[in-house]
Each structure stands twice: as structure tokens, then as C-alpha cells.
Write a protein that binds this ligand. Sequence first.
Ligand code: SOE
Length: 380
Amino acid sequence: MNNRTLGIGLIGAGFMGKAHSAAYATMQMHVWPAPAQPKLTCLADENLEAARIGAERFGFASFTSDWRALIARPDVDIVDICTPPNSHLEIALEAIRAGKHVLVEKPLAMNSEEARRMWQAAERAGVKNLVGFSYRRTPAVLYARQLIDEGAIGRIYSFRGHYLQDWCVDPEAPRTWRHVARIAGSGTLGDIGSHIIDIARMMTGDIDSVVSLVRRWVDERPETSTPGANKVPVDVDDEAMFLLKFREGSIGRIEASRFSHGRNNYLGFEINGEKGSITFNYEDMTKLGVFLAEGPIERRGLRVISTGPAHPYGQHLWPIPGLGIGFTETKIIEVCDLFDAIISDRRVRPDFEDGYRVSQIVDAVESSGKLNNWVELDRD
Ligand code: SOE
């Protein structure tokens, strides 16, 4: 039995508020004893009715439309920010000032300048801070990193990453906040490009420079789903392709689009090294492709590993490979790692510095797309 508890104050009762709440509600079914027991103290949403319904559905003891009141509560240890990017800076700085640990959904902020302020504030305050890039917590992705750490594929020559979706490809699909720069900061780049950039950094290290092609395919969309609704402008990117020079000498290519017919949540990568390769496809998330240039030539091939109890976090999930896991399990691992960092007083990644580095790259890709040349990243 674990008598440590951590009070959760979650802000934002939408899609990611549900995902985070599902993780808190089920984490102890998988990880037992968990580093601490989550206490779902308060759920805030600017829409009080959404907060009320969310609190009932997700199991929070109270609800409010005032996120400042949530942060001020002495029984809130972790402020979990699941709101659109234009509110991350203000809420996170308030939470940090109150001495709370902070989990923020991606992208960390509207741009790298805001992200840097959040990073510096969290560092000064000494609070634990984490960004919700949870795809890196898929057990197969964690195992890919373990193979690299063990030298299984040797020196990395190249990283190829993609994140393709198709929910924006219909020009008659109504505009959402993800299409509005003053709310989202950027479009596909910050929304899903940030996820694959985070994984590129996790696998291959820091990035020195980028050169990119950035496009907006649809300039206006219906304001609502009502037939004949007014058209309103879209002012963010729809697709980007960019080349990367990594600090350690590797090279890379990343593609991010929400205009790829037939691609639902097609995040994946291939890493080619001197002694082998690793491939991953999130849409088949329990599998990892591994080629090792060892043994008789005639027996070599890209083997498919089915992750299970023998792989990272596998001992906490299901007793045999092949039973399957999903998005919630990546969020369970995310909050467990945050709890463990708080209880053990250690760094947990990707933290606000990582979130800042990802924001720097998003900004640089946008700049390169306008300037049509390589953009160097500050090493500050
Ligand atoms: C929409 O593109 C979206 O919901 C992203 O905002 C999430 O970060 C991603 O996990 C799924 O797709």
C-alpha cells in the first residue's frame, strides 16, 4: 500500500483532459504500488458546465471555472494543463509561482520565447516539469532508445520521421482552434510535428540546423459545420517537410501533415546505423522492427519484435505480448514517470527545456520555409 498521495488539479475538460484523467484513474491498476496515489482534487474549465460534467465523468472531487482558484488550493500538488497553447504560459507561470509541479500538454507554448520563459521559471522554482509528448513513452519506442544506448546499431547515420493525419484534408471541414495562429501558435508543425521532433531528439540528440518546405493548402474554412456557414481565414501551416543536421553529425528528414488521405495517426520513424536499423509505426504500436548486421548473411533480415513483459514498462502492463496497448497506456507511463520524479526528486523528460528545444525547431522550420535557406539553432 502506498501512503503517499499527490493532489491533481487539471485544467481543461476536453480531449486531453479526458486522456490524462483516464491515466490517473487506471495507473494503479497497472503500476502497483505506484510511486504515489493520485488524488483527483479539482477539475477546471472555462465552461463551468463542462467542468461539472467532466468532474462527474472523470472522478474529480470538485470543479470550477476559475483555474487560479484551483492553483491556489493547498491540496493541489500537480497542475496538469490540458488547454490550448495560448494559455500555457500564463497558467504555468502561476502554477510555478505557487510552487506546484507542472505537466503541460504539447506544444509547450506559442513559440520558443514563451517556452524559454517557462523553462527558466520552472528551473528557478525547482518544481518538476514535464511536457505531454507521450508517444516517446510507447514501450516499443522506449526499447528503441534502449537498443541505441546498448550500441546495438552503433553510430547513427540518419533519422527519418513522419507524422501524417488526414482530418484536415477536406476543405469544407470547419475551422478549429488548431487552425488559428493566435490560439495554437502554429498549425501542423506545433500540433503533430512537435511530437516527431521530440522523438528525433530522444533518439538522435540535439539539432543544429534545418531547411524546410512549409505549405498552407487551405486558406479559409467554414466557421461551423452548419451548411452554408461563413468562411473564415486559416492562418497556420498545413504541411511541412524538413531536413535536419544533428549536433553529433547524423542527418535527418521529418514530414508532418494533416492532409494525408488514408493516414489516421501515422507516426513513425526509421533509424539507420553502422550496425543495424530500427523502425517503428505507432499504428502498430506494440511492434518494433530491428535489423542487426550480425550472424550469417543468409539469416539476416528485419525482424519484428512484439513488445511485452520483457520490454520497458512491460512488467506493469499485460502478462503476454500481443494483448495490445493503446494511447491511454502511454499516458499512464507519462504520469507514473512524473510521480516517480516528484517522489525521488529526479529530472523527468521531456521537461520544459526539451519543450523549449522543440519550440526552437518549430520556429526555425517556419523561418526556413519563408527564407528558403538553412536556419541555425541557438545553442543557448
Ligand atoms: C490532432 O492533430 C491531435 O489530436 C494532436 O493534437 C495530438 O497531440 C495527437 O496526439 C493526436 O492528434
